[in-house]
Design a protein around this ligand. Structure first.
Ligand SMILES: [Zn+2]
Length: 76
C-alpha cells in the first residue's frame, strides 16, 4: 500500500501539503493548498502561478469569474 498516492498534490505549486487533504481545498477536481488559496486574491494575470492554475481550471470550468468564487470561499 502506497499511502502517499492518496495525498492530494496542489495543482499550482505541485506540493503535497503536510496536513494532507485537510491542508487545502478541492475545486471541481483541482486541488489547491492553503498557501496558494491565501495568495490567490493577490495574484495578477501575469503571475505564473495564476496562469498555471487558470490552465488547470480552464479544462474543467469555463467561467471567466471563477476567481471570484475562489476568493469568496466557493460561495457565489
Ligand atoms: Zn499550492
Amino acid at each position: 500500500m502506497k499511502k502517499a498516492a492518496l495525498l492530494p498534490r496542489c495543482s499550482t505549486c505541485r506540493q503535497v501539503p503536510p496536513e494532507g487533504i485537510a491542508g487545502g481545498l478541492w475545486i471541481r477536481g483541482v486541488f489547491l493548498c492553503n498557501r496558494c488559496l491565501t495568495a490567490l486574491p493577490s495574484w495578477t494575470t501575469d503571475n505564473v502561478s495564476y496562469r498555471t492554475l487558470k490552465n488547470s481550471l480552464d479544462r474543467l470550468w469555463r467561467r471567466p469569474d471563477w476567481r471570484c468564487h475562489l476568493a469568496s470561499g466557493g460561495r457565489p
